[in-house]
Design a protein around this ligand. Sequence first.
Ligand SMILES: [Zn+2]
Length: 479
Amino acid sequence: MDRRSFYFIKFNIFIIILFIVNGLFIHDILKHLNDIHVSLKGDETVVISYKTSYEDPGFEIINNKQDVDISNATYELISDVDSSKLGEYEVKYTIKYMNKDYTLIRKVEVKDTIGPTITTTVDKVERSYCDNKLSADVEYSAVDDVDGEVTESVTREDSDDKITLKVKDSSNNESILEIPIVNVEKPSNKIVLNGKSIQTIGVGGTYKEEGAYYADGCGTKIDDNIDIAGSVDTSKEGKYTITYTSKTDNKIKTTRTITVKEMPKAQTAPVTGNSVIYLTFDDGPCAYTKRILDILDKYNIKATFFVTNQIRGYQNMIGEEARRGHTVGVHTYTHQWNIYNSLDSYWNDFNNMDAIIEQQTGKKAEILRFPGGTSNRMAKVGMSNIVNSVNNKGLRYYDWNVCVEDAGACVKSSNKQQCVYNYFVNGLKPGRDNIVLLHDLKSYTADSLERMIQYALSKGYTFKAIDQNTAQVHFKPYK
Ligand SMILES: [Zn+2]
């Protein structure tokens, strides 16, 4: 190669390199000028739960790798997201930035992701060694945030150590609640008293020793060899203890306590000559309340409901009770004994319940029933103090003079429905106001209600809801 052509080639290579470098540089500048990205923040499809509020994460503009404040753009946001209805929705941004239009669309799906809430009245159950039976009836209800009441769909499965309650909502979300069963061990031998272990006798009354026997842990009699020590002087007020010791095994003892005291005059409702029944339902509303209301409607009977907030999801039934012409009174918000710790705690609980009643019925309650009745022994602050405070506020309170034992003796009956009915029939007295204590929390009470009504109607009773003219039936406050 001669020198000339060498220089010529060298020059050409130089020009070519110059072009390439130049080209890259210009391309880079142009590219940077156009490097605008307008995009959604977050995912293009978002799933949210039913009835949760939706807030869109917005969009972002990146210009030349720099985050741009979106206030430099003009934009419009159209969103039809309604989380109170299941479905698919759209969030749409129309954006103008540096004279260019952008449209961004996000899909929002409202789904039911939460299963029903199962509520029960117990958190565990004991299984008796002796008869292999469960100590308590498991009452339950289930409410779903979308489907509402789903108690009927709950399935129950009992195994050796637990009760499993299962329920699915219409979106197939399943809720499972397990209630442990505690198997009680074989109890040791014991002394079984004939008659009640705690007795109260009026001064001047008589104490009759009913005796006791020695039995195995399940109550089967072993023998009658019992030593009985102690005595009761019914002429003097006081607390007396009788001690029973097994002669077969003198480590096995038990006691009976007899309180002798001046008896208060029995509180009875006025004898009016009219045979009236005031059905009063405590502890609801709950799953069975609607059925009770329908039965009452069928016979055009008005009743009284002393309501609680124990079972979630049924507050609307309080409004329903009032709309159907029944009287609504306060029972308690929590139904815990600690409401009686002080006047403040009592009124705090009362006001919580009264607020729900006012919200549901449009007015505050004028009547109440104390949890456990006025004679309950749980009030640390003293029931007399609470009663005075209730009277001072011009509220009226009602105890009862007929108890169907649906939360008492009948709970362990093998035929609860019949048991409740029997207590009802035996408790009624003609010619007076019969204030009947029932619990809408008990399915068997709802089951026997119609029969109770038919019986009472056949005997000429009339039914009323408690109103301003209903004479109050009061127990004597305990302390
Ligand atoms: Zn109660």
